[in-house]
Design a protein around this ligand. Sequence first.
Ligand code: DGY
Length: 325
Amino acid sequence: MARPVLLLTRKLPAAIEARAARDYDAKLNTADEPWYRDGAEIARRATAAGAAGVLCAAGDPMNAATITALPATVKAIATFSVGFDHIDLAAAKARGIVVTNTPEVLSFATAECAFTLMLMAARRAGEGERMVRAHQWEGWAPTQLMGVTLEGKALGIAGFGRIGRELAAMARGFRMNIHYRDLHRAPPELEQGATFHDNDDSFLAAIDILSMHMPGGDATRKWLNAERLGRMRKGAIVINTGRGGSVDDAALVSALRSGHIRAAGLDVYDGEPRIHDGYFGLENVALLPHLGSATEETRDAMGHRALENLDAVLMHGRPAPHRVA
Ligand code: DGY
């Protein structure tokens, strides 16, 4: 029997490309050529190949126009990401196309990244590294680059899903007090003593460090705006490893400039890879290039998860285990 055709929009880890090539008539993008940035080109390639599935990735423009232009052969879209705000689910549903993501396997890695940024921001690690690399370090000094400790601080987790809960587990090891904001209170076994807030006001006023783990999309767009920043304690820290669109960049830049917000650590950006110019002139912000899930172990696990979903739909006629539409 002919193997189903699978279009991969991005270069993926070697083990994942090998598995895809073994099980599918796989159309790989081994050079990671940038055609994936153009939805019309994704649809054109899917049509030319007669693709049954598309394995896409975070940021690919899988909007309504792209999905509408896909050929009728396409039965499944698997995204190599937990986030699926780049996919128009309604358009996929209207076409009867199954959409899947890769939950769970990247929770620890993404929490690790948030923790890295938290330490960088609190301990001024980026500033210190830049000083050393610029040959400007003149030796130890009692008052040089003093940061703040995480010990005993109130960590506010906005979005208490799997990633947020992994971060809470790490933070307990640093003797931090955990607060969280979500739509619903978590059961005690997940909450593990963390304090639930059912409104933004009490949450933002209670915390020293905000770590954002919200899904992207219209509902969370520019959630962290000037008004919410204003409700945070003076000298608080902001971390975002969720989606860049949840932050009003102009408002955060202004709060970082004034010192109302002591420091920030960002891994994701509104309209990335474009980054708001204001951040580049600030020493008190640590900027990472969307590294949240970027470990060898995690990226392999994400690829296997994406392929398990495609296998279910395209090879076994079974429900996809991680279906989002
Ligand atoms: C995701 O999985 O949504 C990440 O942002 C990409 O690693």
